[in-house]
Design a protein around this ligand. Structure first.
Ligand SMILES: Cc1cc2nc3c(=O)[nH]c(=O)nc-3n(C[C@H](O)[C@H](O)[C@H](O)COP(=O)(O)O)c2cc1C
Length: 250
């Protein structure tokens, strides 16, 4: 992508060459007209700028609504005493391909972190639309001796490799071994009361019906995504899928 100096509008022409690279490595940057017009309009608009340390000056903090929608890490764990736990974490994502590593971030040292540390294991359960309400129930702040599977009326299924059970009817489950627990810190080096739990995926269960011709069908699982505010969620559908192949430089 070409980076424009502040105040300069995008070229009216659809084809541009990046100029700061040797000719042999020039990248043709083509943008469809409708997208280009939209971007030109955006360049001339006013912006709301804030520094989080000074407050956002809006009715609601937009941070969660901007970095959204986020997949939900519905995490099941087992404590060293055998107490089972299940809770949703939307500060969740994948961080590595080989070995596959996923992680969730806990604001406060919550039971899921404690158990993932004690046992060295956790499971990720995919929240499909039919699980949304049950997932929400498992976010209730309850004492550690309460089994959220029972609280939300969910059946457990034994995992193959790890000790923590998983949600029996979830279309996809990943069994994980905890690799790191990192206490986050600010740019000034001050410790946050937030812990990022990372785990290597050591086992993956996928419902056969979600695999067609060897390809996992993302939309078929109807994953629920977390939006902003107190209660926003988004779904995804096959109709919203589009493909964009990465540029090839010969
Ligand atoms: C959709 C959703 C996403 C959530 N995401 C997070 C999160 O990313 N981090 C967090 O600390 N709490 C998050 N929560 C709140 C926790 O689920 C809640 O504090 C829960 O009680 C933690 O359970 P635990 O102590 O058994 O681990 C979320 C709640 C919901 C409903």
């Amino acid at each position: 992508m070409t980076i424009l100096p502040a105040g300069e509008s995008a070229s009216a022409c659809g084809v541009r060459f990046t100029s700061n690279v040797p000719f042999a490595f020039m990248v043709l940057d083509y943008t469809p007209p409708s997208t280009r017009q939209h971007r030109n309009k955006v360049l001339s608009r006013e912006r709301h700028f804030y520094q989080p340390k000074d407050g956002h000056r809006l009715a609601h903090n937009p941070f969660n609504a901007i970095v959204a929608p986020r997949p939900i890490g519905w995490v099941s764990t087992k404590s060293s005493k055998g107490q089972v736990n299940l809770a949703p974490y939307s500060f969740f994502n994948a961080f590595n391909y080989q070995p596959p590593i996923i992680g969730f971030s806990s604001i406060g040292f919550k039971d899921s972190v404690k158990n993932a540390q004690e046992s060295g294991e956790f499971c990720w359960n995919l929240v499909s639309r039919s699980h949304a309400e049950a997932m929400n129930q498992t976010s209730a702040t309850v004492p550690s001796d309460i089994d959220e599977f029972e609280l939300a009326g969910l059946s457990k299924r034994e995992s193959t490799i790890v000790g923590a059970p998983h949600v029996a009817d979830c279309p996809v489950v990943m069994e994980c071994k905890t690799t790191q627990i990192v206490q986050l810190q600010s740019a000034q080096g001050e410790k946050c009361e937030t812990w990022l739990v990372l785990g290597e995926v050591v086992g993956v269960h996928i419902l056969d019906s979600f695999i067609i011709d060897g390809v996992y069908q993302t939309a078929k699982a109807e994953p629920v995504m977390r939006g902003g505010g107190q209660a926003d969620y988004f779904g995804i559908s096959e109709a919203n899928r589009f493909q964009l192949f990465r540029p090839k430089v010969d």
